[in-house]
Design a protein around this ligand. Structure first.
Ligand code: SF4
Length: 316
């Protein structure tokens, strides 16, 4: 018997795999990279094996599909720009497609009833199952005894009495299980989705408003730099050499007089070039001219209070 597991790298997903493996089921861990959450680096796979004994993690890059749901989520956003319900449905739809490839009969997740208000209440769990056409085939080993029996339990592929009845946000039961399965280390709580960050969501929302059509290229840019909102465009100013290197490859970098890339522009700066140059010069050690969209602009640094009034998300 084979099962696919949604593996986030967090403790709950590790335990869910261990519980089912103990019942002689071969588990294939799948990890989704959305561009805002998840890992894409090879060392993530190595770490899973070394630290938690989770072998053969398959990383699946779903950025393009994720972007579609981000632009128009059927079930809306959470507190910030996180389309959690649509995101989970996408994860399960993708997993369903992979089931045939790997010869798996059901799916496992580390979801815990009541742990996350938006996606881990009973109604939403059932809605997600229905929308992803996996009704009865998603086993949640940590909370299974609090939920109706699934097909794998009914058919005897796994024994229900060896599953758990954990609920809520506490970690006590999970820590006991981590001990039972002798994990070398405990991962820090899973999460880290950039879309749940209010500051980043604010930046992304501005990008969405300014550009009707945007792609991963622009999204990757608004993850970086100091961001300023100026009419129809966004100005990003690099905070270090690494950011400068990214901005130099963007479609609209801005340079100072020494030909050093200091930032980049997204959108149309027409008519606002002087203002943009004034902001750049406030942060630049070199005073004078700035190269913006094919022309040199002479300007004086703008007063700090004006610069700060255009700044988005002061902490970034
Ligand atoms: S927090 Fe991010 S990764 Fe997690 S379900 Fe929501 S949108 Fe998806």
């Amino acid at each position: 018997m084979k099962a696919l597991a949604l593996y986030s790298g967090g403790l709950d997903s590790i335990l869910a795999i261990k519980i089912v493996e103990e019942q002689n089921v071969e588990v294939i861990p799948v990890h989704f990279y959305t561009g805002f959450a998840g890992k894409i680096e090879e060392r993530f796979i190595e770490e899973a094996e070394r630290e938690y004994g989770i072998k053969g993690v398959k990383i699946v890059d779903i950025r393009e599909d994720f972007l579609k749901i981000l632009k128009e989520p059927k079930f809306g956003y959470g507190k910030n720009l996180n389309p959690c319900i649509d995101c989970k449905i996408l994860f399960f739809r993708k997993t369903k497609q992979l089931m045939e490839k790997y010869g798996a009969s059901f799916v496992i997740t580390g979801e815990v009833l009541g742990q996350r208000p938006m996606t881990q209440n009973k109604n939403t769990l059932f809605l997600i199952e229905k929308e992803s056409s996996l009704k009865g085939l998603i086993l949640r080993p940590l909370s299974a005894k609090l939920l109706p029996p699934t097909i794998p339990e009914e058919k005897g592929w796994v024994e229900r009495n060896k599953l758990y009845s954990i609920s809520g946000r506490g970690r006590k039961e999970q820590m006991k299980l981590a001990k039972k399965f002798v994990l070398k280390s405990i991962p820090t709580p899973a999460g880290g989705c950039l879309l749940t960050d209010p500051n980043f969501s604010k930046r992304l929302k501005i990008l969405m408003e300014k550009l009707k059509e945007y792609s991963w290229e622009e999204i990757e840019l608004v993850k970086l730099g100091r961001m300023f909102e100026i009419n129809n465009c966004i100005l990003l100013i690099a905070r270090d050499e690494k950011e400068k290197k990214v901005f130099i490859n963007s479609s609209s970098p801005v340079f100072d007089e020494k030909n050093v890339t200091v930032g980049c522009i997204i959108g149309n700066p027409e008519g606002k070039e002087k203002e943009i140059a004034g902001i750049i010069l406030r942060y630049s050690k070199i005073k004078g001219k700035v190269f913006i969209k094919n022309k040199w602009i002479n300007a004086d640094p703008l007063p700090p209070e004006i610069v700060h009034s255009k700044l988005v998300g002061a902490k970034l």
